[in-house]
Every structure is written in structure tokens, then in C-alpha cells.
Design a protein around this ligand. Structure first.
Ligand code: SF4
Ligand code: SF4
Length: 388
């Protein structure tokens, strides 16, 4: 196993892209009726392989809609818990049409060891799943003892549903009056992005990548720290990006008999992945634009996975990368060495927390920065995680 560089601490399971909804711009083109899925045995095999990394902490069940896996979701959560791993489910909450139904469904998952529930909402989601479901899910999760609950709201310029409108929902206002409830709930916003680098979704100018905001953008904290099981048993994602399925650089063949650790070690030697980890797609794009001024990179991208789509799908950017990447190797690898030293120190510290069955502590490198559930404090997070 590689002794140098970041280590994977999250394993995400996209067992199927089947979904109860069919939101416009869904990153995985999820919709009802998709049959392909991993079997329970394949899910367990991936969890077991992921658990062989000493750094592994968290198993995330996402999709598609992971609750459509039925009892296999409970079995997967239970299996992860039996290996001492924390668990999170990401869902659209279609199953929470009443508070009673939500409690019934979550009770068995809680018994299986579910530590965190994330539910997604916004203008597109609410064409299929009502806001009431989201509130039912949050109320049920917290009342039965699930320790962490997150509501993720689509972010775009023109919209009806915002984190602020959700937290002003009269039912949620009542629930948030309870200090213990408020402590367990986070509401965050994440930019909604299209599935092609040519397409644009309107965002406030301040959120868009340009030459004055590029220095605020950071390296990708998902690549090389997350392993993803996709509905194809022989394909592993090396980040949990929303554009995961749209370029081969982050999708790796998992060969029969190959260990997940071997596969990871191979990836960790690939310069483009290291570059994404160190600089992130926005700075790579800006650098390419400084060499070929006809590359159209400014005022287009709010989500870093949208910028990543441009890095790998825009022919001019790819040409610059092929012809000039060697000019960046020394600088990137030097900074990689420094960052790796820090990430090993962080790992040692996180080991002190230990692996507690059913316990879900906040992991600093995972997902967006939380926005507390107070309308006065709502702000843009700039990051994203797998949609549901
Ligand atoms: S920016 Fe998104 S798509 Fe690109 S490597 Fe990071 S998580 Fe993956
Ligand atoms: S965005 Fe989420 S809820 Fe909507 S179709 Fe995609 S996976 Fe389903």
C-alpha cells in the first residue's frame, strides 16, 4: 500500500441509478425503471475491501435513490457497522410521505446502525417530492436518535426553494425551537450543475469562477480520498464527483482478483489525479486559459465538478494539458509532498477518535461546510456531494 499521499477515508456505494424521481440535470440521469444494480453480495464485497484501508471511516449509500434497495440497504448498513465503520444515507425522502411512515422506515435503519441521513431538495426535486417529506424525514430521524441530519438544497440564481425558505417552513421553525433538535440538523446549499461543460445554469456572479475568484478555489478533497462502487461491479470511481460518469480519468477498471488497495495505489501514481487533489479543476482550467486565451473558462462554473467536466471534455483544454502538463510537474509534486505530510498528521489525529459502531462524527474533509439552520447565517458552501 502506498505510504505517501492521501488515503481513502470514505467509500460511497452507488448501487443503482434507479430513482423514484427524474430531476432535470440529474448528474447520473437517474429516473424510475432502471434495472441495473449491484447485488447485496457485491455491495458487501466492496464494503469489506474498503474496510481493509486502515484510514477508512465512513460508508455512504447514495445513488440514484438508495432507499429503493429496500431491506438490502439495511443489510448493507448493518454490514458496515459490523466492520466498525460509520454510515450515511443520501436520499430524496420519497418514502417519508407521513411522519409515521418516515419513523417506521428509519427505525430499522437506525437499528442497523445508520449514523447520518442526508436528504436533498430544491426546485427540481420538489417537482417529484414535496417539502413535507423532507421535514418528516428530519423530524423522524432526529426523534428516533439518528445523530446527524443534513438537508441539502439546490443552489441556482433563479429559484423558489432556498435554504432560507426551507428553514422558514412553519413546521421546521417549531422543531428548531428545540435546542437539541437544532444542534443535530444542518441545512446547506450546493450549486446545481448541468451535465455538460457547454451548458450553463444561472448562478450569482460572485459564485462563478473567474480570474478574481480562482485563487479562492482549492484542490479537490474528494479525489484519492473517496472510493466509489458504481452499478457496474467492475468499475470503481476514485472521487464522488457529480461528473464521475462523464470522463474515464476518475473511473477505473477493477480487474477480477485485483485488490482495492492495488487499484488505489495505481491511481495514486497518476499525475492528473494528484494535480486535481493539489490544485482542483478551477486552477487547472485557469492555467490552461493562460496558455490558450481562446479557452472560455470565466463566468461559467460555480460547482467544481462542472469545472472538472470542462477540464476533461473541452478539446482546447485537453490539448494544453497534453502539451504543457510537464511544466507543472515539479511545482505540483512539491506541494503534494507538503499536503501529504499534513494529511498523514490529520489521519493520526482522527485515529485517536477510533471507529465506534453506529457513531457518526463530523469528518473535516468530507462534503460541504455546514450552514447552521438559522436563516440569518445561511451562506454559500461552494462544495457538493452525491445528489439524491
Ligand atoms: S472536481 Fe468533482 S469530478 Fe473532479 S475530481 Fe473532484 S470530485 Fe471528481
Ligand atoms: S437528483 Fe437525486 S432525486 Fe433527482 S433524479 Fe437524480 S438521484 Fe433522483
Amino acid at each position: 500500500m502506498a505510504q505517501f499521499g492521501p488515503s481513502p477515508h470514505v467509500a460511497t456505494i452507488l448501487a443503482s441509478y434507479n430513482c423514484s424521481a427524474a430531476c432535470k440535470h440529474c448528474c447520473f440521469d437517474s429516473r424510475p425503471g432502471i434495472k441495473q444494480r449491484l447485488s447485496l453480495e457485491e455491495i458487501k464485497k466492496f464494503i469489506l475491501s474498503a474496510s481493509s484501508f486502515p484510514s477508512m471511516r465512513l460508508i455512504v449509500f447514495s445513488g440514484g435513490e438508495c432507499f429503493l434497495l429496500g431491506r438490502d440497504l439495511d443489510r448493507g448498513v448493518d454490514y458496515a457497522r459490523s466492520l466498525g465503520l460509520m454510515t450515511r444515507c443520501v436520499s430524496n425522502a420519497y418514502w417519508a410521505s407521513t411522519l409515521e411512515k418516515a419513523k417506521r422506515r428509519l427505525n430499522t435503519l437506525y437499528d442497523a446502525g445508520l449514523g447520518e441521513l442526508n436528504v436533498s431538495t430544491g426546485d427540481y426535486h420538489q417537482s417529484f417530492v414535496k417539502e413535507d417529506n423532507i421535514i418528516n424525514a428530519a423530524e423522524a430521524a432526529i426523534s428516533i436518535g439518528i445523530s446527524s441530519m443534513v438537508i441539502v438544497v439546490e443552489l441556482q440564481k433563479e429559484r423558489r426553494v432556498t435554504a432560507s425558505t426551507v428553514s422558514s417552513n412553519p413546521r421546521l421553525v417549531n422543531l428548531l425551537a428545540d435546542e437539541e433538535f437544532a444542534k443535530k440538523l444542518k441545512i446547506i446549499e450546493s450549486p446545481w450543475m448541468p451535465n455538460s461543460h457547454d451548458e450553463i445554469i444561472g448562478q450569482s456572479p460572485g459564485l462563478l469562477l473567474n480570474r478574481s475568484t480562482v485563487m479562492q478555489r482549492r484542490g479537490c478533497d474528494s479525489i484519492l480520498t473517496t472510493l466509489v462502487a458504481t452499478p457496474q461491479p467492475n468499475k470503481i470511481g476514485i472521487c464522488c464527483g457529480l461528473s464521475l460518469e462523464r470522463f474515464p480519468e476518475v473511473n477505473i477498471d477493477w480487474k477480477e482478483g485485483q485488490s482495492l488497495q492495488d487499484l488505489y495505489d495505481q491511481c495514486a501514481q497518476d499525475f492528473i489525479k494528484i494535480w486535481l487533489y493539489v490544485d482542483g479543476p478551477e486552477r487547472i482550467l485557469a492555467w490552461a486559459g493562460s496558455i490558450d486565451s481562446s479557452i472560455n473558462w470565466e463566468k461559467r462554473y460555480a460547482h467544481h465538478c462542472h469545472a472538472c467536466l470542462a477540464v476533461f471534455n473541452d478539446s482546447k483544454t485537453l490539448t494544453v494539458i497534453r502539451e504543457h502538463y510537464h511544466e507543472r510537474v515539479d511545482d505540483v509534486l512539491l506541494r503534494y509532498a507538503v499536503m501529504s505530510r499534513h494529511s498523514r498528521d490529520n489521519l493520526k489525529r482522527s485515529r485517536a477518535i477510533g471507529r465506534g459502531p453506529g457513531v457518526c462524527v463530523a469528518l473535516p474533509a468530507v462534503g460541504p461546510v455546514p450552514v447552521r439552520a438559522s436563516p440569518a447565517k445561511l451562506s454559500y458552501t461552494g462544495e457538493g456531494r452525491p445528489r439524491s
